[in-house]
Ligand binder design. Structure first.
Ligand code: GLP
Length: 240
């Protein structure tokens, strides 16, 4: 599998080989990777080459290192299509994962001017300020803060917020969710975010801001989501 006569760099051959083992499930999430020297001896390549392959796999998120313990296989990332206006609950169910929420904050507040402006309501109009940890099979995946006008979201309870907000908006409020704008940026987890997501402070995350609209253009919700970059990747199909 390592072909020294090939023009393909050795580190890249090893990288692809290990990646293949992970993809085929021959190396399972959480499993320890054999030590560098083992690969070096087995394939008669330098440890530098092995390290380069492993570094690449760490950078790509296939592996992670723990100080003093070794290198481990990462959990598989959830690949989320960017097309389609779906809810967290729908996305998890579509992957056969059990969606869950843990409510961190639930309060009606007077809308501060920048949020009021985005929701096209007057400043200080009451809005729900909801913060939830979103879970997949019980594992924290994202942290979401939703702002919804209290005038629109009637009888919104903590119990509803613990479940699907989109089910509530469409099922109970009979408001049709029509479109959204979404902006994705890279960021790092603050101390508080890291604690809630069970990741290290400063770990890479994706900041996703979504604004959802009804058909005639009235905003429904303003959402700030912090997704774990070690568990998520986004996919979009492009046509030319
Ligand atoms: C996704 C979106 C959020 C939206 C949420 C609704 O996570 N990023 O903007 O508020 O889905 O999910 P649910 O219906 O599960 O509460």
């Amino acid at each position: 599998m390592i072909n020294k006569n090939s023009p393909v760099p050795l580190y890249y051959q090893l990288e692809e080989y290990i990646k293949g083992l992970i993809e085929k499930g021959e190396l399972q999430p959480g499993e320890t990777l054999p030590p560098e020297r083992e690969y070096a001896q087995k394939y008669k390549i330098s440890r530098m080459t092995v390290r380069q392959a492993i570094n690449q796999l760490v950078n790509e998120g296939y592996l992670y290192r723990q100080k003093g313990k070794g290198t481990f296989v990462s959990e598989r990332k959830i690949e989320q299509p960017l097309q389609g206006l779906t809810s967290f609950t729908e996305e998890m169910k579509a992957r056969g994962l059990v969606p869950g929420s843990q409510l961190v904050h639930f309060e009606i507040i007077p809308a501060p001017s920048p949020i009021a402006e985005q929701l096209t309501i007057a400043e200080n109009t009451p809005i729900y300020d909801i913060k939830r940890i979103r879970l997949a099979d019980g594992v924290p995946m994202a942290l979401e803060t939703n702002y919804i006008s209290a005038h629109l979201a009637k009888n919104l309870t903590e119990q509803i917020a613990n479940e699907s907000l989109y089910d509530y908006i469409e099922g109970q409020l009979k408001v049709r969710i029509d479109s959204a704008t979404q902006v994705i940026e890279s960021s790092i987890a603050s101390k508080d975010e890291a604690a809630l997501l069970n990741i290290a402070e400063g770990a890479p995350v994706m900041l996703i801001q979504r604004k959802t609209f009804q058909k005639e253009g009235t905003p429904i919700e303003l959402v700030k989501s912090i997704y774990r970059a070690d568990r998520y990747k986004f996919m979009i199909e492009l046509k030319r």
